[in-house]
Design a protein around this ligand. Structure first.
Ligand code: NAD
Ligand code: UGA
Length: 462
């Protein structure tokens, strides 16, 4: 029997395209997977020993498959021409200009992919929307493809949103909770859905692959991220009540999470959520709701973002207050700059917000993160080489060196290694009184207090 899919091309070699296609290549030795990107730098990195993104377990997979059935290339046209199935995994950032500025998703990269596909493809193709997009985006892709189709060419557009989280991408991809495929009800639509299901069935049990209409699939992605972020904002809102009353948010989270209807996951109060998607996708949902005149719905979801801003602000202010209301010229250590552990990604990291707040108050920062590149931190803090000297941002590759001579440690990322550091050694090298501000609630606060630290954390009175 004929295999439904022999060659796959994925446009976008980012945090989604790279890991997704690597796992796909690993699990489907009978399929040739080519990941293309217009960024030569990114492609060169994927073809080198140092991958452009850090993701536990990914390097081994890439090494195993690269050059066999996994290829990274900037040569988009031949890869598109050859492919039976094309994933669009390009970025869909929040618009920074024009209508919907600051909220709507910018679909210019998705649209340019659709136009390129229409320009170069000759046979029938399945085009899979993997990027997170507003509801009904597939209709625009269909429109562009149909308006530019040459005789003998046909397209089916599917929605197949990605649910992986950074830091656990390989696990999430190899053992997904579900795979969502949205498509048309027509015969051709069903055939395309079956072809993509066949690809996933190489490793995902059939009952976990669910089919639905395209708009449900697109909306489910936005809804899932909105619900996840809402849980964090909810527990963070409760953390503020805890700080004001003497309740402890860890105890409250434990009590809530034992209700089987609520469950224990995603109830970790923090300095606020970060990452490239939660805020972007909720803003997108807010914008869509407003465009549909659903103002109450828009206001409801906007609150999830507002609460997150409030949480980040509160944490920054608390640091200044605890340190006698002035941090001008004080040296402060930031432990962790990534938006979560096990990634080098800093997009929308709450650490950026906290660091900027402390800099505005006149502090000098010593920053340490096990995976984030120095240049990335400077870029995020808008520090140029000459500005660095004056405004005092130093980046360290050793946490003990970073802590030396500072007044405080501020934990912004929950890296496992932070728990096992020798805090006595850090304390001895710091100015007194020495403070710890734990924005992730992962350190042993009793032990730190015993050493002599003044400890403050989220959702608990000092
Ligand atoms: P990314 O910025 O890491 O990667 C996108 C890549 O697409 C970049 O390398 C860029 O150069 C490339 N690109 C953009 N336009 C192109 C074009 N016209 N031709 C060729 N290449 C082009 O983005 P990402 O984090 O991988 O996210 C991609 C999409 O997946 C977004 O819609 C995002 O919302 C969604 N998503 C992301 C995650 C995540 O954890 N990062 C998880 C689920 C879904
Ligand atoms: C999130 C979703 O979890 C994925 O399912 C989704 O595919 C992805 O967004 C996306 O669409 O991009 P990601 O942002 O990579 O994944 O990471 P999360 O684990 O969701 O963490 C997001 C932020 O929330 C981090 O800053 C994390 O530290 C914070 N968080 C998470 C908390 O503060 N408390 C928690 O209990 C959980």
């Amino acid at each position: 029997t004929e295999t439904p899919v022999c060659k796959i091309c994925c446009i976008g070699a980012g945090y989604v395209g790279g890991p997704t296609c690597s796992v796909l290549a690993l699990k489907c030795p009978d399929i040739q997977v080519t990941v293309v990107d217009r960024s030569e730098l990114r492609i060169n990195q994927w073809n080198s020993d140092k991958l452009p993104i850090y993701e536990p377990g990914l390097e081994e997979i890439v090494k195993q498959c690269r050059g066999k059935n996994l290829f990274f290339s900037t040569d988009m046209i031949p890869a598109l021409k050859e492919a039976d199935l094309i994933f669009i995994s390009v970025n869909t950032p929040t618009k920074t200009f024009g209508l919907g500025k600051g909220r709507a998703a910018d679909l210019k990269f998705v649209e340019s992919c659709a136009r390129l596909i229409a320009d170069v493809c000759e046979g029938s193709k399945i085009v899979v929307e993997k990027s997170t997009v507003p509801v009904r985006s597939a209709a625009s892709i269909v429109n562009i493809l149909k308006a530019n189709t040459r005789p003998g060419v046909s397209y089916q557009v599917l929605s197949n949103p990605e649910f992986l989280a950074e830091g656990t991408a390989v696990n999430d991809l190899t053992q997904p909770d579900r795979v969502l495929i949205g498509g048309e009800e027509s015969e051709e639509g069903k055939k395309a859905i079956a072809a993509l299901s066949w690809v996933y069935q190489h490793w995902v049990p059939a009952e976990k692959i669910i089919h639905m209409n395209t708009w449900s699939s697109e909306l489910s992605k936005l809804a899932a991220n909105a619900f996840l972020a809402q849980r964090i904002s909810s527990i963070n809102a409760i953390s503020a009540v805890c700080e004001a009353t003497g309740a402890d948010v860890s105890e409250v989270a434990k009590a809530i999470g034992l209700d089987s209807r609520l469950g224990p996951k995603f109830l970790q109060a923090s300095v606020g959520f970060g990452g490239s998607c939660f805020q972007k996708d909720i803003l997108n949902l807010v914008y869509i709701s407003e465009s549909l005149n659903l103002t109450s719905v828009a206001a409801y979801w906007q609150q999830v973002i507002d609460m997150n801003e409030y949480q980040k602000t509160r944490f920054g202010q608390r640091i200044v207050q605890a340190m006698f209301n002035t941090i001008t010229d004080k040296h402060i250590t930031i432990l962790g700059f990534a938006f979560k552990k096990n990634t080098g990604d800093t997009r929308e990291s709450p650490a950026i917000y906290v660091a900027k707040h402390l800099l505005e108050e006149g502090a000098c920062l010593h920053i340490f993160d096990p995976k984030v590149e120095k240049a990335q931190i400077l870029l995020d803090l808008e520090q140029t080489e000459e500005k660095t000297g004056a405004s005092c941002v130093s980046i360290f590759d050793d946490p003990y060196e970073a802590a030396k001579g500072t007044h405080a440690l501020v934990v912004c990322t929950e890296w496992d290694q932070f728990v096992t550091y020798d805090y006595q050694r850090m304390y001895d090298s710091m100015l007194k009184p020495a403070f710890v501000f734990d924005g992730r609630k992962t350190l042993d606060h009793a032990a730190l207090t015993k050493i002599g630290f003044h400890v403050e954390t989220i959702g608990k009175r000092p």
